[in-house]
Design a protein around this ligand. Sequence first.
Ligand code: COA
Length: 277
Amino acid sequence: MTYQYLTKSRNGAVEYLTLNRPDVRNAFNEHVIAELAAWAADVREQAAGGKIRVVVIGGAGKVFCAGADVTWMSQTIRYTEAENLRDASAMSAMFAAIDLLPVPVVGRIQGAALGGGAGLAAVCDVVVAEDGALFGFTEVKLGILPAVISPFALAKIGRSAARELFLTGARFSAARAREIGLVHAVVPAAGLDAEVERYVQEFLASAPGAIAAAKALIPIVSGRPLAEAMPITAAAIAARRVSAEGQEGLRAFLEKRPPGWSPRVLNTEDTKVTKVD
Ligand code: COA
């Protein structure tokens, strides 16, 4: 599939996606949203075949993402209520599709992540930001609200920070974003790619099926009473430890060798690669 507003490249099993509308600071309109949704569906399919194990999302130019395209949103006055609802639902589904990807998603943030851009950061598993980056749930400053991004933002920053930041619309630093759980690492701009790669290597050294299971478990267990969570968590580990991947990982540790999914094994042609599920 070819995209107008996205560019992507691949290094082994790592997919690098770049939002590519730098003239409007990578703001997204209905076309960008449709492309992101199609891309997420493609990643899901390729992840199932083992072709993609990690995704990195970044933005072209000086800013990661300025959120929803204000010009596009102002034009929605011409839409019927049903059309507006359909449009907003498509945006909501796009965020959910990225949030639910079975592979780890790393956000690479330079410049700013505002409004829906902060929402995009919230659907990443790990966010690495340059120390000068600005964040903000700025919607109320424009007379709108952070609606479709709120489930994802709340899951990261919690109610207290949301009450301050959704209601003021204030911009805040990368350091503050890290403090409230939206960002995981803050580094000087020159070190952004190296820090992203450090996370990518951590993910590649871990078992893809185990990562997907751990990622899926978080929303299932989160907020559940302990008594309900316990049988779910017991079933999850019971299934994993007898899986081919679980057995390979446990054996590899005991045999003091890298497991089959490790880049150290996959990059060595003459090393027998153990097939994992
Ligand atoms: N939608 C549409 N266009 C946008 C945009 C958005 N969300 N954000 C920026 N742009 C456009 C600007 O209108 C400007 O267009 P122009 O060149 O035709 O004047 C261009 O992108 C560059 O913006 P500028 O503000 O000059 O860039 P900057 O690098 O100095 O600042 C930002 C970047 C992101 C900090 C700033 O553009 C900004 O605050 N944008 C609004 C973000 C926002 O509140 N988003 C929430 C939307 S719900």
